[in-house]
Design a protein around this ligand. Structure first.
Ligand code: C2E
Ligand code: CA
Ligand code: CA
Length: 765
């Protein structure tokens, strides 16, 4: 029996090795080798390309020095006064010093300049800024080094034209970079002088054309030398970025990269060497440890896996008991995986699944005593953070929000992230609703505090909806639904607040849904929706200068509805665009009937999220034949608050098309006049709540004065809306308002009555 078991064990092991272990190990090793090979090849290739570039840069640098040397000679060698001086029986060498030698030595940093007579004897020589007393002897080392160049300039010898030569009777190399005057003749190159590599240029000294042709016979020559010494090496290092560059007559050192320096006649002068930059090697060095660690980890995991699976299989073969154990282990692992599935990976909080199961458990057992609650939390303005700081910033913010929320709850409560910027909190066993309200209020305050995200101060806020329940009373979907409704109410009430669910909210949700359905029908019909017009008077209230279009709805069952009852529904359900188009079309008709009036149309902030808004409005103007200049678009300041590119572009496009922009309900939002300077608007309309408080609250008058003054300072017109009394009108007129609007003059009337109303107002004036 025992031997049979051993036998099957050995067989199982062999089968395992052949079928699983060997192929997996081969695969892992093959993968490792491939990864390293690919990394290494890429690094080598990068180095090869880089070295090639560095070699090119080095050659160009040598070319540059030689070019410069040739070019700097030009100013002295093509110059009649120097030639005249040299042809004098006794040239004045002091004059030559000042006008040629010193100039070339100091300004152009030549190391040596020699002037050769027509018979090639040195007659003048300046070295390191000092004139040499015996040129014929001292110059021998230079003339010898430059012999081939001298011969070339004298046309005694033909050199293959290089980049720098301009030799008589030979074409100039295509890519010759030295562009000296047509009369200049020189030969340039590199040579070895006293075991130092140097750039050498020889040039004929000729007249500059100012006094006739050159004298007959051979010309004197200017021979200039510049060593490829330390300053050259420094330039290579700083301009061409070749570290540790040096020119040498010897061989390059170990580890240096180099290009050979060769003279015009093909003689090896020396080497230009530098410390090569090997980007590939650097990347390789940086990556090998990481890649190695990752692969080692991979291999270790594979090995561990193999060992584990092998052991499991052996056990499996050995005994049924052990199989059971293995099965249990597997189950435990599964349970762990399951637990992972209940966590939000970004924040470590519970996720939606966990919230749902916890809530179900609670409702099933009725364990928790006291008042329990579901809180749904939605962040305000999170989208802007994501848009401006990117997803990284968004993630960072979400994590901080999670921490702040988690810090406020007690053991036994559950904070969950439902996704995006939505959170939920399950509170258990509180004494009463007030305790829950206090906690929600603390959460609102905590999320109102600024966050630091990627170094920037970020302000968001939160709207919280709460549903309370006792013990096990309630149903999960219902609790979540009602909390959601309460959250929407918190948002609608102005955000940054919490709301408990109340039964009438449910009613209002149903009502809103009904209104939405009815509105869809009304939009397609004639007659139910119509536009009324309210006059806008000049600053004294005596002349009508415009009208504002205000929407009305004659609902088949509910009667006349004011915009408050349906505009927000239209905004939420995407119907607002169709409504606006209808109003604008109607307003265009009014504008064409009364060409002297301005017609104002309200545009919902929601519409500014669309990139096509400007195009849509412009299309209606074209289609109706009205003038955009007669139409004023009223937008609320919340539109400007987003400081969004789309909004800015839309406003600019609309103004360019001729529309005027008025800022409606000014003073009710987060208004700051500083927003005005960032956007293009023409007018502000002080909200009627300020006008109403005139005479009631002390600050109202002061605020109105300040707004009028600042508005005017910014070149804006100022309108007051909601003028109901003669007292208000007098105050506003004195305050300097440009336009007045309100029931004192008239409420909004149907188009049919507008003609009569305008006539009455004119007469009254
Ligand atoms: P709003 O743009 O501030 O419009 C002025 C509102 O104040 C109008 O209410 C108007 O009837 C009312 N009003 C005018 N003079 C006085 C006054 O002396 N005293 C008082 N207490 N109220 C006065 P309405 O027509 O109910 O419109 C309410 C809001 O609905 C408007 O506020 C506007 O935001 C929105 N709305 C109206 N028509 C449209 C529309 O066609 N499109 C859009 N998007 N919104 C509209
Ligand atoms: Ca308005
Ligand atoms: Ca208004």
């Amino acid at each position: 029996m025992r031997s049979i078991r051993e036998h099957t064990g050995a067989q199982a092991r062999r089968r395992f090795i052949a079928a699983v272990a060997a192929p997996v190990a081969m695969l892992a090793l093959g993968l490792t080798a491939t990864v390293f090979y690919a990394l290494n090849t890429a690094a080598n290739q990068a180095d090869r390309v880089s070295l090639l570039r560095q070699g090119q840069a080095a050659r160009l640098a040598v070319d540059d020095v030689v070019d410069e040397l040739a070019q700097s000679q030009n100013g002295v060698a093509v110059w009649s006064p120097l030639l005249r001086e040299l042809y004098k029986p006794r040239p004045n060498w002091d004059w030559v010093d000042v006008n040629a030698g010193t100039w070339l030595n100091f300004v152009f940093a030549h190391d040596v300049d020699v002037i050769l007579s027509p018979r090639d004897t040195a007659v003048y020589m300046m070295r390191d800024g000092v004139r040499v007393a015996a040129p014929p002897q001292d110059s021998i080392v230079y003339t010898r080094a430059a012999l081939s160049l001298i011969d070339a300039v004298r046309e005694r010898r033909r050199l293959t034209p290089g980049r720098h030569d301009r030799l008589p009777g030979q074409p100039i190399a295509d890519d010759a970079s030295v562009r000296t005057s047509p009369v200049s003749v020189h030969a340039t190159g590199i040579a070895r002088i006293g075991n130092r590599p140097a750039a050498v240029s020889v040039m004929r000294i000729v007249p500059d054309g100012s006094d006739g042709p050159a004298p007959k016979g051979p010309a004197p020559l200017l021979l200039s030398v510049r060593y490829l010494d330390r300053s050259f090496a420094q330039r290579l290092a700083s301009v061409r970025l070749l570290a540790g560059a040096r020119a040498t007559t010897g061989a390059p050192r170990e580890g240096e990269a180099s290009v050979p320096l060769t003279s015009n006649i093909g003689k090896r002068i020396g080497t230009l060497a530098w410390q090569p930059d090997r980007p590939g090697e650097a990347v390789w060095k940086a990556m090998v440890p990481t890649a190695g660690a990752v692969l080692a980890g991979l291999l270790a995991t594979v090995a561990a896996l193999l060992v584990g699976v092998g052991r499991l299989m052996r056990r499996d073969a050995a005994s049924l008991d052990q199989l059971k154990v293995a099965h249990l282990e597997l189950q435990a692992k599964e349970a762990q995986a399951h637990r992972l599935a209940y966590h939000d990976t970004l924040t470590g909080l519970a996720n939606r699944a966990r919230l749902v199961t916890t809530l179900d458990d609670m409702l099933g057992t009725g364990a928790a005593a006291g008042v329990n609650a579901v809180l749904l939390i939605d962040l305000d303005r999170f989208k802007q953070v994501n848009d401006t700081l990117g997803h990284l910033g968004g993630d960072h913010l979400i994590r901080q929000v999670a921490i702040r929320l988690d810090a406020l709850v007690m053991p036994g409560d559950l904070v969950a992230r439902l996704g995006g910027d939505e959170f939920a909190v399950l509170l258990t066993a509180r004494a009463d609703e007030a305790a829950i309200g206090a906690l929600a209020s603390a959460m609102v305050s905590a999320l109102r505090e600024p966050f630091v995200v990627l170094g920037a101060n970020v302000h968001i806020g939160a709207s919280i909806g709460i549903t309370c329940f006792r013990d096990a009373q309630g149903e999960r979907t219902e609790l979540l639904r009602t909390a959601d409704i309460a959250m929407y109410r918190a948002k609608a009430d102005g955000r940054n607040r919490y709301r408990f669910f109340a039964a009438d909210m449910d009613e209002s949700v149903k009502l809103r849904r009904e209104i939405e359905d009815d509105l869809r029908v009304a939009i397609t019909r004639e007659g139910e929706l119509c536009v009324h017009y309210q006059p806008q008077m000049d600053g004294t209230g005596t002349r009508v200068i415009g009208v504002e279009a205000l929407l009305r709805w004659q609902h088949p069952r509910r009667g006349w509805l004011a915009p408050a009852a349906f505009v927000s529904v239209a905004e939420e359900s995407g119907l607002i665009g169709a409504l606006t188009r209808r109003v604008l079309r109607d307003a265009c008709g009014v504008a064409m009937t009364w060409p002297g009036l301005s017609v104002a149309v309200n545009i919902s902030p929601v519409q500014f999220r669309s990139r096509t808004l400007a195009a849509e409005l412009i299309a209606i103007i074209r289609e109706t034949g009205a003038r955009a200049q007669q139409i004023e678009l009223e937008v609320t300041e919340s539109v400007l608050l987003d400081n969004d590119e789309v909004v800015r572009a839309t406003l600019t496009a609309l103004r360019r098309a001729g529309f005027r922009i008025a800022l409606d309900d000014f003073g009710t939002g987060y208004s700051s006049l500083s927003y005005l300077s960032k956007f293009e608007v023409d007018k502000i309309k002080i909200d009627r709540s300020f006008i109403r408080r005139l005479g009631e609250a002390d600050d109202a008058a002061a605020i109105i004065h300040a707004v009028v003054r600042l508005g005017h300072a910014m070149g804006l017109l100022v309108t007051a809306e909601g003028v109901e009394t003669g007292m208000q009108r007098t105050f506003l007129e004195h305050a300097g308002c440009n336009e007045l609007q309100g029931f004192l003059f008239s409420e909004a009337v149907p188009v049919a009555g507008l003609g009569r109303l305008l006539g009455r107002l004119e007469k009254a004036a």
